[in-house]
Design a protein around this ligand. Structure first.
Ligand SMILES: N[C@@H](CCC(=O)N[C@@H](CS)C(=O)NCC(=O)O)C(=O)O
Length: 213
């Protein structure tokens, strides 16, 4: 039996980032096990055979292995600044578009060869359509659902960050000043810096590495 919830995570995975952000925000202490995705630990595959990160095992043995379910669980424990406050359905719709349409084009833009695409251009443009939707929202308010951060902001920004990193110049010249400002706020956020600390790949019998200081 583990004293803390155990989070199987991968530092650069956007799904794992949104989850680490949410657990950190909710003040939920966890043991973080950094996973090498080419050599997944058997302890992770035993509890979640689908083999994706993030996966969270609670001290009572329950396993939550979808990022949005982990976020919802974390916010049910504690939501000090009201991240789940905005219209749930509208947030869910935007997150679904991100995880579906945007992620699909992001992957093809980032790795055209892997997906047998001629070049990333078409996917770049398709992804930009979604970014335009975000820009429209951010022209109305500082965050996607109002003047303070919500679950939707946290669920989406790691993917927008990944998009921006494929070709920084191409992102910076998009006529989307609000989105660029929003992203730069998130990547400078102290919580984000805290959850991006480097951890060694976890092996059984290692000392535990905690999420919160
Ligand atoms: N729907 C899942 C997606 C998680 C996911 O696809 N994570 C990637 C890493 S970014 C993964 O673990 N892929 C498995 C692999 O690479 O073997 C969630 O929201 O948690």
């Amino acid at each position: 039996m583990n004293a803390y919830p155990v989070l199987y995570s991968f530092r650069r995975c956007p799904y794992a980032m949104r989850v680490r952000m949410s657990l950190h925000y909710a003040g939920i202490q966890c043991e973080v096990r950094e996973v090498d995705l080419r050599h997944k630990p058997s302890t992770m595959l035993d509890i979640s055979p689908k083999g994706t990160v993030p996966a969270l095992q609670l001290p009572d043995g329950r396993v939550i292995d979808e990022s949005l379910d982990i976020i919802r669980w974390a916010l049910d424990q504690s939501d000090p600044a009201g991240w789940s406050r905005p219209d749930h359905k509208a947030m869910q719709l935007l997150i679904d578009q991100n995880d579906g349409h945007f992620k699909c084009h992001l992957d093809r833009y980032k790795y055209p060869d892997r997906y047998g695409e001629q070049d990333g251009e078409t996917n770049f443009l398709q992804a930009c359509n979604f970014l335009g939707v975000l820009e429209q929202r951010l022209m109305q308010s500082a965050f996607l659902f109002g003047d303070s951060a919500s679950m939707a902001d946290v669920a989406l920004f790691p993917f927008v960050r990944q998009f921006a990193a494929v070709d920084r110049t191409a992102f910076d010249v998009l006529p989307m000043a609000r989105l660029q400002q929003w992203l730069s706020g998130w990547v400078k956020d102290v919580r984000f810096l805290a959850i991006m600390v480097k951890r060694k790949v976890w092996h059984m019998d290692d000392e535990i590495s905690l999420l919160l200081p």
